[in-house]
Design a protein around this ligand. Sequence first.
Ligand code: PMP
Ligand code: GLN
Length: 383
Amino acid sequence: MNPLFATLPTSIFAHTSQLAAEHDAVNLGQGFPDFGWPEDVVERAAALLREGPNQYPPMRGLPVLREALAEHYRQHQGVACAVDDITITSGATEALAAAILALVSPGEEVVLFQPLYDAYLPMVRRAGGMPRLVTLTPPDWRITAEALDRAIGPKTRLLIFNNPHNPTARMFDDAELALVAQACVRHDLIALSDEVWEHVVFGGRAHRPLSTLPGMAERTVKVGSAGKIFSLTGWKVGWILAPAQLASPIAKAHQYVTFATPPNLQGAVAYGLGKASDYYLAMRSAFEHARDAMVGALRAGGWATLAAEGTYFVCLDLAASGIEAQDVTFCERAVREAGVAAIPVSAFYDTEASSNVVRLCFAKQPGTIAEGVERLSAARDLF
Ligand code: PMP
Ligand code: GLN
């Protein structure tokens, strides 16, 4: 067995959801909404299941979805993207896998920012890449030029970026985006930009795709996902946008990972992407409302939270909340004794990190949020 996977633990998300089920806990851990989905998108998928297509779709994705994506990004982000440069994948996870397999050769260095989404490091290592980590620190989790420069060396080939950022809930600002883009251009790096949270952004902020920064269009591989756009995380329809010279090798990796993605779901996502701007505005405002409800209830219960600018998540600052326990201990007690599942942010670091930050998911019904926070607040003395 490959030693990398033989020694890896079960993902923190699967582990936490299982513990939540075992302890009948309010699950504020794994990031998924508990309030349903756009009915019309699901109806469309159901109709397409009955009508077909039900056989293998084209390897690079249904033309109708690739066209819808090109139009979507033109309309929402002013990005000009050729249909030929889009590949549909089975979720962003497969997009990341195909891109990393295609872009990283053994011995090459890959720059990543930690805390990081849990899929990146195992994939980079399995491809033979050597991770070089830039550590962001709370409470502001800022990218600095010094830290970035230290991580880049002569063997660096790829930089993996995630914005809006899971788990910190940060949206990197223009100055930080400029630092990342300038570093990529200066060192001739390819950027793998995980933008799955691009529509879940708050405070009137607009998501700025990395490919729109100077010099980046020809070196950015962008990853997106329908899961977050339509609150359908289980559908696993994702995509890759890349310049032609990168799109082609990545599609070759994709053809030997999954080859294709269910055509009915692709068709329904194409339909959904055609929704008018009000859909996106309403979605953002519903999530922002949920964020405010959770942050308000947490603060009323004496908890300190960090800024939550995008994604489904808000981070609890345990030390600032007067809690001495570290995040792993806190989350173990929270799920077993307080009946609330949460994610320790130390799970998003490469090596055992000590952290006193805990990630909570607010993509939940008002009753779920209220119950979860009430249970945490009532159990404060436990921690
Ligand atoms: N990247 C990031 C940053 C994520 O947060 C997630 C899921 N929450 C993914 C990738 C995976 O997306 P998918 O479910 O489409 O595979
Ligand atoms: N991306 C989701 C999160 O951050 C979980 C995805 C998964 O369970 N693999 O919670």
